[in-house]
Design a protein around this ligand. Structure first.
Ligand code: SF4
Length: 230
């Protein structure tokens, strides 16, 4: 069993330390207790384990060893990383999707209790995408913006639109590297496809898609959520 850490070792935040002490007084187990009780697996913790298919799990502990399917340690670690990125991208982005649908519902009077609170922000964001704002009601603008944002999830080709808000120099680098996401769902699905047994075995190629999938989160799904709700 790993050593039990003090509240100060568990968190640098004084408020969190107080909560940890109080939970202990009440006999409530927290994630800190469970982490101290469970030593991580050395092989899994080092990313040397693959369980992407039923022929595994494959544990690569020796130099030059490959999995049953022939995957090298580089391939396995790249696959594990892109799958983790995909899960994060999906979690953040699905929240963004719901925010976009909520915006659409609010614009059409179908979301009781929700309303457009910051019209100035709505007009600013709509302007980034050349959505007409002059002489239009906030609800009309919001409806168009919601449609545009909803489309970013299922878009199959091209580029997700929020990337035009990145510095031009950065956009140029992304285009040269071919990592601008086409659509949020497309990149997450492709990440899972590529990392399935018998598909992409090239670690660099897989990592290239990891960047694309991460950008789909930061420059589409998460940005949409932030635009609508923050
Ligand atoms: S994908 Fe390859 S390395 Fe991973 S569990 Fe299956 S056989 Fe093993």
């Amino acid at each position: 069993m790993a050593k039990k850490r003090t509240p100060q070792e568990r968190s640098a935040d004084p408020a969190a330390q107080q909560m940890i002490i109080r939970a202990e007084e009440l006999g409530i187990k927290t994630a800190f207790d469970r982490a101290d009780d469970m030593a991580p697996c050395n092989i899994g913790g080092s990313g040397m384990c693959c369980k992407q298919c039923g022929m595994g799990p494959c544990r690569l502990t020796k130099e030059g060893q490959v999995g049953v399917c022939g995957a090298t340690i580089d391939t396995i670690q790249a696959r594990n990383l892109v799958r983790a990125i995909s899960a994060g991208s999906a979690a953040h982005s699905d929240h963004g999707r719901d925010m976009a649908f909520t915006l659409k519902a609010a614009a059409n009077g179908e979301a009781e209790g929700y309303y457009i609170r910051d019209v100035a922000k709505l007009r600013t964001v709509a302007s980034y995408y050349d959505i007409e704002i002059e002489g239009r009601a906030p609800e009309e603008i919001a409806n168009d913006l919601a449609d545009l944002y909803i489309a970013q999830f299922g878009q199959q080709t091209g580029e997700v639109v929020p990337v035009i808000r990145a510095p031009e120099k950065r956009q140029k680098i992304w285009r040269e590297q071919n990592v601008i996401p086409r659509g949020v769902d497309r990149e997450v699905v492709e990440a899972l496809h590529r990392t399935h047994i018998g598909d992409d075995q090239d670690a660099v190629h897989i990592l290239n898609h990891a960047i694309r999938t991460g950008l789909a989160d930061g420059w589409a799904g998460s940005m949409i959520a932030t635009d609508v709700s923050d």
